[in-house]
Design a protein around this ligand. Structure first.
Ligand code: GDP
Length: 429
C-alpha cells in the first residue's frame, strides 16, 4: 500500500496551505524532512528541510496515529505558509520519498471507506457537504455525513435478518408436530420496516431537490416583464451566479439562494399564439420545462386574466409591471422592485413545506435501493399473510430486501458506484 500525499487546500496564495499525507510510511517519510516528529496524536511547530538540509518553511505539523485519523491510517498534516513556491518545493520532496505517490481525487476518502471509517452514504454526504452552497444543503449533507442512513439501515437490517431467520427456522423444523406460528412476529417486523422505508422513500424526492436545486419557472406572454423580473432576482445578493445560459436559447437560468434553499429560476420564452414554427418550438419547450419545474410564477397583465398553462395549487399568479403598491393585489415590478421580497418569501414558503418532508435518501441510487427493498417486502408480506405455505419464497424476498439495503450503505456492490462518486471529489479529499 502506497503512502499518498496531496494539497488539501486550494492552490494559490493564501494564509495557510495544508498538505496531507496518509499511509504506512507517513511518519517515517516525514521524519526525513522534519526533526522530532511526535509518533502519536500530536502537534508541533517544526522546520521543514529538504534532504540537502535547505530550509523550506516552518510549519505546524499535526500527526494522527493509525486508527486515529480520517483515513484510519497514519496521517500527517503540514500547515505551511500559503505560498505557491513553498507548497511546490514540499510536494517535490514528498514525491521523492520511497513509497510516496500523489493522491488521486477522493483517494483519502476512499481509504476512509476501505478502513470502515465511513460508509458509502457518508462518503456521498461528504461530497455533498463540499458542494453545498446554501444552508439547507449544508444541513442535509451533514445529516447524511453523520451516518443517518447507516443508522436507519442497521435497524432495518436487524429486523429483517430476524424475520428471515424466523421463517428459515420453520422451514428446517417443518416436520415437527406443533410448529410454532412465527407469522405474527414476522409480519410485525416486515410492517415496521416497510413503514419506515416508505417514509424515507417518500421524502427522497424533496431531499434530491435540496441536493440538486429546486426549479422555479417564470411564465407569461412576451414583454410582460419576465426577463426584467429575472434580472431583479439575480441582482439581489441572493444570486449565486447570474444569468448562466440554459440548455436552450429559450431558457435562461439564475441560481439563487432563497432562504437557504438552492433554487434555479428559469426565464422561459414568452407564451403567445404564433405562426412562426421556430417560436412555436421555443414556446413548447418553455411549457415543457415549466411543467417539470417545482413551482411556477405566472406574470399576468390584468388580475384574473389567467391563461390555460396548467397551473398547480401551489403556483403563484402575480400582476406584472406593478410598479407601485395596489391595494388587495399581489403585484411585482422588476423595475422598481415592488413586491419582489413578498414574491421571494412566497417561493420560500412553498418550497420549505416540501423540504420539511425531506428524508435522508438524497440520491437516485438511494431511492432505487429503497424501492427494491419495499417491493421485495411487499412480496414477502403477501406470502406470509395469506399463509400460502411458501415460506421459502417469503424468506428469499426478505433476503432480497436485505441485499438491496446492503447496496444502499455499500456493504456490497461498492465498486459499481465508486467511480462515479469519487469523480466529484477534489484532490486532497
Ligand atoms: P419579457 O419579454 O416578458 O421578458 O419582458 P421584458 O422583461 O423584456 O420587458 C419588456 C418591456 O417591459 C421592457 O421594455 C421593460 O423595460 C418593460 N418592463 C419590464 N418589467 C417592467 C416593470 O416591472 N415595470 C415597468 N414599468 N416596465 C417594465
Amino acid at each position: 500500500m502506497d503512502t499518498i500525499y496531496a494539497p488539501a487546500t486550494a492552490r494559490g496564495k493564501a494564509g495557510v496551505s495544508v498538505i496531507r499525507i496518509s499511509g504506512p510510511n507517513a511518519f517515517s517519510g516525514i521524519g526525513k524532512l522534519v526533526r522530532n516528529l511526535p509518533d502519536g496524536h500530536g502537534r508541533c511547530l517544526r522546520k521543514i528541510c529538504n534532504p540537502q538540509g535547505e530550509l523550506l518553511d516552518e510549519a505546524l505539523v499535526l500527526t494522527f496515529p493509525k486508527g486515529g485519523s480520517f483515513t484510519g491510517e497514519e496521517t500527517v498534516e503540514l500547515q505551511l505558509h500559503g505560498s505557491i513556491a513553498i507548497v511546490n518545493s514540499v510536494l517535490k520532496c514528498l514525491s521523492e520519498l520511497p513509497g510516496y505517490t500523489l493522491a488521486e481525487p477522493g483517494q483519502f476518502t476512499r481509504r476512509a471507506l476501505e478502513n470502515n471509517r465511513l460508509d458509502l452514504t457518508q462518503v456521498e454526504g461528504l461530497a455533498d457537504l463540499i458542494d453545498a452552497e446554501t444552508d439547507v444543503q449544508r444541513r442535509q449533507a451533514q445529516r447524511v455525513l453523520s451516518g443517518a442512513v447507516g443508522r436507519l439501515a442497521a435497524i432495518w437490517r436487524r429486523d429483517l435478518v430476524r424475520a428471515a431467520a424466523l421463517l428459515e427456522a420453520t422451514i428446517d423444523f417443518v416436520d415437527e408436530e406443533v410448529p410454532v406460528d412465527v407469522s405474527p412476529e414476522v409480519l410485525e417486523l416486515i410492517d415496521r420496516t416497510l413503514k419506515s422505508l416508505k417514509q424515507e422513500y417518500s421524502g427522497s424526492a424533496a431531499a434530491e431537490r435540496v441536493r440538486d436545486s429546486f426549479e422555479v419557472a417564470i411564465l407569461g406572454r412576451p414583454n410582460v416583464g419576465k426577463s426584467t423580473l429575472l434580472n431583479a432576482f439575480a441582482g439581489r445578493d441572493a444570486a449565486i451566479t447570474s444569468e448562466i445560459a440554459g440548455t436552450t436559447r429559450d431558457v435562461i437560468e439564475v441560481r439563487m439562494d432563497i432562504g437557504g434553499l438552492p433554487v434555479v429560476v428559469l426565464d422561459t420564452a414568452g407564451l403567445r399564439e404564433t405562426e412562426d414554427p421556430i417560436e412555436q418550438m421555443g414556446i413548447t419547450r418553455a411549457l415543457e420545462r415549466a411543467k417539470s419545474a417545482d413551482l411556477r410564477i405566472l406574470l399576468v397583465d390584468h388580475v384574473g386574466d389567467v391563461p390555460e398553462v396548467g397551473l398547480g395549487d401551489d403556483d403563484i399568479v402575480v400582476l406584472a409591471k406593478c410598479d407601485r403598491p395596489v391595494a388587495g393585489v399581489l403585484g411585482v415590478s422588476g423595475k422598481t422592485g415592488h413586491g419582489l421580497d413578498r414574491l421571494i418569501e412566497m417561493v420560500n414558503e412553498r418550497l420549505s413545506v416540501r423540504v420539511a418532508g425531506a428524508g435522508v435518501l438524497t440520491r437516485e441510487r438511494h431511492r432505487i435501493s429503497a424501492a427494491r427493498g419495499i417491493e421485495a417486502l411487499l412480496g414477502a408480506r403477501i406470502e406470509v399473510s395469506n399463509g400460502s405455505g411458501q415460506t421459502e419464497l417469503a424468506a428469499e424476498q426478505i433476503r432480497f430486501a436485505i441485499s438491496a439495503l446492503d447496496v444502499l450503505v455499500g456493504r456490497i456492490g461498492v465498486e459499481d458506484v465508486l467511480g462515479e462518486i469519487f469523480s466529484s471529489f477534489c484532490v486532497g479529499k
